[in-house]
Design a protein around this ligand. Structure first.
Ligand SMILES: NC(=O)c1ccc[n+]([C@@H]2O[C@H](COP(=O)([O-])OP(=O)(O)OC[C@H]3O[C@@H](n4cnc5c(N)ncnc54)[C@H](O)[C@@H]3O)[C@@H](O)[C@H]2O)c1
Length: 287
């Protein structure tokens, strides 16, 4: 397959990452099918895209006509077989290994044989995901950052079985989407970004848990003291505390080192379904 043959992109999951990927792909004139098991999530995903485009119109960087054209490229479905003729699929469902293995098995059976199946997983083994398909050489890690329309990076991860052709096409597609592609040469838990970022966030939660400082002080200290645009607890709320916990568990299980032990306070917040911005409560509350 060549890059010009990629015309139709499927996106699995209409959450924060999924709807962002859909917006960016539709904005580059790809036909995009957004799939979710939850029709409410599809409605919410479309509303989020529409509001994001309205903000761009307000800033004068998009016209009403361009918004209409972009939205015209998007279709939504709760029926996986509607992705059958996609040339490239990006999976962005909840960070859970069993769920992703099931999705890839199902995708493999419905999507045409020469299509590439990429995953936006933050930490789970690409090699393991690829192994449940009949086309492991066509499976690749394609890790977008949040919020997708604004963030420059796509982290590319080769599974053990990923072919050079698949990896190169994923890189070229990322560039066509306006992103900069950075390669993680080895498929190890957390890849590059979350191998470094998540332990820092987890340590910030320990700092709160041990009563060393308030959430606001921890964030101010890291913003002003290390020149980060937002503090680690705010960032955790934006990422989603369930996603942060899932990534810490992958690091802890996959690398077998106690330094990756998820902070008990992070576990408690997820048990309380205080997931951050998406549930309106995390380390901070949101309207
Ligand atoms: N949040 C971030 O900052 C971030 C950044 C990079 C990568 N990621 C990764 O992106 C993926 C999605 O994260 P998110 O933040 O968008 O999560 P989210 O909770 O906002 O959305 C997940 C979506 O997946 C849907 N879903 C659940 N099971 C499904 C299934 N079987 N089939 C289809 N859809 C299903 C849910 O209905 C929901 O709409 C995860 O793998 C995560 O690790 C997240």
């Amino acid at each position: 397959m060549t890059i010009d043959q990629i015309q139709k992109i499927g996106v699995i999951g209409a959450g924060q990452m999924g709807n962002g990927i859909v917006q960016v792909a539709a904005g580059k004139n790809f036909k995009v099918v957004m799939f979710d098991i939850n029709s409410g999530a599809l409605d919410k995903g479309l509303t989020t895209i529409s509001s994001s485009l309205d903000r761009m119109i307000k800033k004068g960087i998009l016209t009403e006509d361009a918004k209409k054209t972009l939205l015209g490229h998007i279709s939504v479905t709760t029926n996986l077989s509607d992705l059958k003729d996609c040339d490239f699929v990006v999976e962005a469902a909840t960070e859970n290994i069993d769920l992703k293995l099931k999705i890839f098995k199902d995708l493999d059976s419905v999507v045409k044989a020469d299509a590439i199946l990429a995953t936006n997983t933050s930490s789970i083994s690409i090699t393991k995901i690829a192994a449940v398909t009949s086309r492991p050489h066509k499976v690749c890690g394609m890790h977008f950052m949040n919020p997708v329309p604004l963030m420059q990076l796509v982290e590319g991860i080769r599974g053990l079985q990923t072919s050079d052709e698949t990896f190169t096409l994923t890189k070229t597609l990322s560039e066509k989407l306006g992103k900069t592609f950075v390669e993680s040469v080895k498929d190890m838990p957390g890849f590059i970004v979350n191998r470094i970022l998540m332990p820092m966030i987890n340590e910030a939660v320990y700092t709160l848990h041990e009563g060393i400082a308030t959430a606001a002080s921890i964030d101010s200290a890291m913003k002003l003291g290390t020149n980060q645009p937002m503090g680690p607890l705010t960032l955790a709320d934006f990422i989603g505390l369930d996603t942060c916990l899932a990534i810490m568990n992958v690091l802890y299980d996959g690398l077998g080192d106690s330094k990756y032990r998820p902070c008990p306070l992070l576990v408690k917040y997820v048990e309380a379904v205080w997931l951050g911005k998406k549930s309106k409560k995390g380390f901070y509350t949101y309207e």
